[in-house]
Design a protein around this ligand. Structure first.
Ligand code: LRH
Ligand code: MN
Ligand code: MN
Length: 430
């Protein structure tokens, strides 16, 4: 029997207050979709089966390099984080997995596994961290990690990745995500080609240690912490890495890691076409790697990404199985609320993309009818799929309105009573 952090009574009570209105809204939308030849129940069931992973590092309050303003009831350790993740999944039914970051989440693997199992949760991709120095490590990553000029530092970074795989094996994870901050701040500081060669040869060692049923995700990012050049800076380099390493290597697309105005949905399409799309870190941004809540700034872009994903699925693209993960930093909100809303936004984009009339769209493309092609997408995007998402949650035992139910539960106040307050600190959160 899996445990739930919030009492079932509370959720039922909150749902009962909303059920009648929801059923009416669902019926009205069902009728509308029926006229468009779409079965609302079929969309609801697809949504109910959809999951996005919560980043363990997202449930604590984030910060910038200037300051961090912690909220009440901050998780003290990974076990508190797992409990917060359980709240998110209990109410949204959309986040059955957690993505761990090592060594931030380091604990006895078997205990981690049991803690998640207690709430019916599992683990998504493991994340390694060679972009910071950690207590007790011998060599510094100040000048790089997997691409460092010093062989001993590279070895240490490789070993860390191997350790992440080992921990992940116990946890039932099936993927390792590698993001490095390696790069340079001055023209001339680093030899681009030699740094990339060193990176590739380190990554070949990591790749060689992957179990047969694992995938390796490399995550590119244009800049930051390095501000002049970055070793794995864009999707082109990322694609070369995945090609060079082999069939278990794929590219991870973090929505915040691109140059401004880059057409991310087109990058997604290219990676799908050439069989190298591994997965996503969902978030939103206005300027750079802002790690804002998914869908909070540009929900249309999120929809356009999902439009590519649903299109690929309908084309039955061989081996197409991207991992969906959130990667956000919550500086001014309750992280649990932000993550619940963000998970909902991901499912919303998925549901909207399922509504695209693909036959009409393909015809418009053939006929070069630019305006109607765009309108076809907009028709799907403008459909308020809220009742579908709420009904999917209700049917799966979640909350019709997760944020309202969460606030009514008093979970944060209870957590604050159990978890001692953390005072504000300097920045340093990635
Ligand atoms: C880098 C990044 C990467 C890290 C996470 C904390 O900006 O997106 O995925 O692992 O942030
Ligand atoms: Mn990321
Ligand atoms: Mn990032």
């Amino acid at each position: 029997m899996t445990e739930q952090p919030i009492t079932a009574d509370l959720v039922e009570r909150e749902n009962a207050a909303r059920e009648t209105a929801l059923k009416r809204d669902y019926e009205a939308l069902g009728e509308q979709l029926d006229r468009r030849g779409i079965s609302i129940d079929a969309i609801r069931d697809r949504v109910a089966a959809f999951g996005v992973a919560v980043p363990s590092w997202g449930v604590g309050t984030g910060g910038t390099r200037f300051a961090r303003f912690p909220g009440p009831g901050e998780p003290r350790d990974i076990f508190d984080k797992i409990e917060d993740c359980a709240v998110i999944h209990q109410l949204t039914r959309a986040t059955p997995t957690i993505s761990l970051h090592i060594p931030w989440d380091k604990a006895e693997p078997e205990k981690l596994r049991q803690a998640a199992e207690r709430f019916g949760l599992a683990f998504d991709a493991m994340n390694s961290n060679t972009f910071q120095d950690h207590p007790g490590q011998e060599h510094s990553y100040k000048y790089g990690s997997l691409s460092h000029t010093d062989a001993a530092t590279r070895r240490q970074a490789v070993e860390h990745n191997l350790e992440c795989i080992e921990i992940g094996k116990t946890l039932g994870s099936k993927a390792l995500t590698v993001w490095i901050g390696d790069g340079s701040n001055f023209p001339g500081q680093s030899d681009f080609a030699r740094a990339f060669e060193r990176y590739l040869s380190s990554m070949k060692e990591v790749y060689a240690a992957l179990p047969d049923d694992w995938r390796l995700f490399t995550e590119h990012k244009m800049y930051e912490p390095a501000f002049y050049s970055t070793v794995v800076q864009d999707w082109g380099t990322n694609y070369m890495i995945a090609k060079e390493l082999g069939p278990k290597a794929y590219c991870l697309v973090d929505l915040g890691h691109h140059a401004p105005n880059v057409n991310i949905e087109m990058i997604v399409s290219r990676l799908i076409q050439f069989g190298k799309l591994g997965g996503f870190h969902f978030n939103d941004s206005k300027y750079g790697d802002d790690d804002l809540d998914t869908g909070s700034v540009d929900p249309y872009r999120l929809f356009l990404v999902f439009n590519e994903l649903v299109g690929a699925e309908l084309r039955n693209v061989a081996g197409f199985d991207p991992a969906h993960m959130l990667d956000q930093s919550h500086n001014v909100t309750d992280p649990i609320e932000s993550l619940m809303v963000s998970a909902t936004e991901v499912t919303r984009a998925f549901a909207q993309a399922l509504l695209v009339d693909r036959k009409v769209l393909a015809d418009c493309q053939e006929e070069n009818d630019a305006l109607m092609a765009s309108e076809t997408l907009k028709t799907a995007f403008r459909t308020d799929v809220g009742p579908i998402l709420a009904m999917a949650r209700l049917k799966s035992g979640g909350a019709v309105d997760p944020v309202v139910a969460y606030r009514a539960s008093g979970y944060r106040a209870k957590a604050a009573a159990e978890r001692p307050a953390i005072t504000g600190t300097g920045g340093g959160i990635v």
